[in-house]
Design a protein around this ligand. Structure first.
Ligand code: ATP
Ligand code: MG
Length: 450
């Protein structure tokens, strides 16, 4: 992409309303525009990052055996009356009446809708397990939308739902999602810690929230410090044919140590289980939440299947959410400096920025065009700053938008046949020939697995 043809409306001033770094940088870097409280337009740069995050979420859901579908944003009130949540959900639910006077709502989540799909089509245990997901906008009329996309009213969520014949099988589905979540967040460069969670209005027995540590997080968390650096299970977990006990051990290893949010925190247990030097109390951002709630919805809505015993059983269910749009802010909270954002390679909107310090100079222009064309061909997706601004403007702009690498092309270096590569995170600079720079950048994106 050539910057001269891109839509990147940067802000010079830091908006006063933005209290945290991610919100400030998303506004300043032209990623989002607020429409009204908690409702945003995603401008091209922000949209590109969100799509990359969404794709990682999708790949890890698919790897774990979940199947993608799409449900509507607008739901009928009738299903929610059946489950009993129409009244329970209260003011967070945006209620709408259509021209025929029918009560509708903008979905805050989809347990009811998918339970309805399930009860319509699935009759036998032979069709289980089912693990289905979609990535769709949600609306929750939050009391206090804030921190930009972190607590929006309209936000993008991946929500998956599992249906099993009994609780043992439901736990296997739960474990698959637990493992998939850790891999998902690790691929985004995040250290997410699973924490024992309150099951809240969704109800049920087994629940974990996944939190990334950040001073600006809304949740207070307490955990054993060793959890912070525990590696993700890895992409070679055999979800399809592996022994369920192996999945269970991976989960057990990661739930053995104390980790709870304030809602579930018990100081006496924390102090007795965790040695003083390992007690970590911090703040965190919830990026995912998984529940196993058994037959709560299947019973209320009559979602039954025939079991191997010839009797009808209510499906045992779980639901699994990831805050896709919140993650855009969460990743920035975890990775930025005073100059701007520092994107992890896996979600960066462009692989590298090419800065032409003298647009209009034949040699500079030609070198940049060559680098640009070759990197495009290599699939690195460069952003070429071909605008006629001063060097200082170009440097700070490129730092702000946070691409992992920059290639700086100027007349002085080119006299000696060199360009400069800058690593955005470390600030390290190296001088290379244009060919070597192209090879270096291409190599950085050659292996993007965990
Ligand atoms: P929170 O405790 O932050 O209000 P929740 O428990 O209501 O979240 P879930 O119903 O578990 O959220 O939703 C799944 C995921 O969706 C959350 O883990 C979070 O990442 C994301 N999410 C929830 N509410 C919002 C919101 N208002 N804005 C952006 N993302 C959200
Ligand atoms: Mg939650």
């Amino acid at each position: 992409m050539r910057l001269s043809r891109y839509f990147l409306p940067l802000l010079k001033e830091t908006p006063a309303s933005a209290e945290i770094a991610s919100h400030r940088y998303m506004l300043r870097a032209g990623m989002i525009k607020q429409h009204s409280a908690g409702i945003y337009s995603w401008l091209p740069l922000g949209f590109k990052v969100m799509k990359k995050i969404e794709q990682i979420v999708r790949e890890e859901q698919n790897r774990a055996g979940a199947v993608e579908m799409l449900m509507p944003t607008i739901q009928g009130a009738d299903l929610w009356q059946e489950s009993g949540r129409y009244d329970d959900y209260g003011k967070e639910m945006l209620r709408i009446t259509d021209r025929a006077g029918r009560e509708l709502l903008y979905g805050p989540t989809n347990e009811e809708m998918l339970t309805d799909v399930f009860r319509t089509f699935v009759r036998s245990y032979k069709e289980l397990p089912q693990l289905l997901y979609h990535i769709q906008w949600k609306f929750r009329d939050e009391v206090r939308p804030r921190f930009g996309v972190m607590r929006g009213r309209e936000f993008l969520m991946k929500d998956a739902y599992s249906f099993d014949i009994d609780m043992d099988a439901a736990v296997v589905s739960y474990n698959k999602m637990f493992i998939a979540y850790l891999n998902t967040f690790a691929r985004m460069g995040l250290k997410a810690i699973p924490m024992q969670a309150d099951t809240g209005p969704i109800g049920g027995d087994l629940s974990h929230e996944f939190l990334i540590l950040a001073d600006t997080g809304e949740s207070e968390v307490f955990c054993h410090a060793d959890l912070v650096d525990m590696p993700a299970p890895g992409l070679d977990v055999d979800f399809a044919n592996g022994d369920p006990n192996d999945l269970q051990s991976l989960v057990d290893e990661r739930t053995a140590l104390y980790a709870r949010t304030d809602e579930m925190h018990e100081p006496s247990v924390f102090e007795s289980e965790v040695p003083r030097s390992k007690r970590l109390s911090a703040r965190g951002i919830e990026v995912g939440h998984i529940f196993c709630f058994g037959d709560k919805y299947s019973k209320a809505m009559g979602a039954k299947v025939m079991g191997p015993d010839g009797k009808e059983h209510f499906a045992q269910m779980g639901s699994y959410g990831v805050g896709v749009s919140r993650l855009v802010g969460g990743i920035i909270e975890a990775s930025h400096d005073d100059a701007g954002i520092i994107w992890p390679k896996s979600v960066t909107p462009f692989g590298v920025g090419i800065i032409n310090l003298r647009v209009g100079d034949d040699v500079c222009d030609k070198t940049c065009e060559d680098i640009y064309n070759q990197l495009c061909a290599a699939g690195v997706d460069p952003l070429y700053d071909d605008k006629k601004d001063r060097g200082g403007v170009k440097f700070s702009r490129m730092d702000l938008i946070g691409l992992p690498y920059q290639i700086v092309v100027g007349p002085r270096g080119l006299k000696d046949g060199i360009v400069e590569i800058k690593d955005r995170k470390t600030g390290e600079r190296q001088n290379q020939s244009p060919e070597a720079a192209i090879a270096f950048i291409t190599a950085q994106y050659a292996d993007m697995s965990l």
